[in-house]
Ligand binder design. Structure first.
Ligand code: SF4
Length: 267
């Protein structure tokens, strides 16, 4: 399938009304931003569902994922300043420690100050800090439902799902195909829990908590005869009430990028 690298290919499916609802001055600027990875097709409310699904897998993003996330980071930091940590902590499943909000991610505390700066005993990276600050700013505090759903079933998830499969699920499946022990390592490194292996009839299932109220479930199915192995990443059905789909995407892809680094170090 030919990848789209020319913004005019995107522009053709836009209504070309330059309404500005995507926060950009016109549709051409939006098309260019999509190619650069700074905007997603779901950010234009007028692209048809069918076009979103067809195009999502064909867009060759030119710019670095981290750069687009970096721009989001500045905006989020400015919004953290308006938040009352003391009333927000319990709602988010976080704690207040010396005036900072302590949010657990993968078993480790991340501390957020009133200027939105994030510190931790671990290395912090923009793929993690953007969903973390988005969680602090946007989450409605809903409790975990215990019902696991695939990315495509989350609000606005279907349009981004082909990219999620390509950037998160397929690379993680390949890693586990090569090294089955990796899942066990992830459990011990990131305070994960082995889930019931019969869940979705999977052979291996584990849950991780990248954010206190946003758990993920990784299910892996072994190769069987002619059937290739398979892997899916599930989210709690409440996930989209805590984070927008772009942040859930960033969280899933970022986790897999981190696992790749760990797998390379251990090989
Ligand atoms: S929201 Fe859609 S129609 Fe409006 S300017 Fe942006 S791309 Fe064009």
């Amino acid at each position: 399938m030919t990848k789209i690298t020319n913004p005019f290919e995107i522009y053709k499916v836009l209504p070309q009304t330059n309404c500005g609802e995507c926060t950009l001055p016109n549709c051409l600027a939006f098309a260019a931003a999509v190619i650069k990875g700074q905007k997603n097709l779901v950010d234009c409310p007028y692209v048809s569902h069918k076009d979103k699904e067809i195009l999502a897998n064909r867009i060759a993003i030119r710019e670095d994922f981290s750069r687009a996330r970096g721009e989001d980071l500045d905006l989020l930091k400015s919004r953290v300043r308006d938040i009352d940590f003391s009333t927000r902590a319990a709602l988010l499943g976080a704690k207040l420690v010396a005036g900072k909000l302590a949010v657990k991610s993968l078993g480790k505390d991340f501390f957020i100050d009133i200027n939105g700066n994030v510190t931790s005993e671990c290395h912090t990276h923009v793929w993690m800090t953007v969903p973390l600050l988005s969680y602090v700013v946007q989450s409605n505090g809903a409790d975990i439902t215990g019902r696991w759903v695939p990315f495509r079933e989350l609000k606005d998830g279907s349009a981004m799902n082909p990219l999620f499969v390509q950037r998160a699920e397929k690379p993680l499946k390949k890693m586990i195909d090569r090294n089955r022990q990796l899942l066990g390592d992830l459990i011990s490194m990131f305070s994960g829990q082995r889930a019931d292996n019969n869940l979705f009839a999977s052979d291996i299932a584990l849950s991780l908590y990248p954010l206190p109220k946003v758990p993920i479930l990784i299910c892996y199915w072994n190769r069987e005869g002619d059937m290739d192995s398979d892997l899916n990443i599930f989210f709690d059905s409440s996930a989209a009430t805590h984070l927008q789909i772009s942040s859930l995407f960033s969280l899933g892809v970022g986790l897999v990028m981190m696992f790749e680094k760990i797998a390379r170090k251990h090989s």
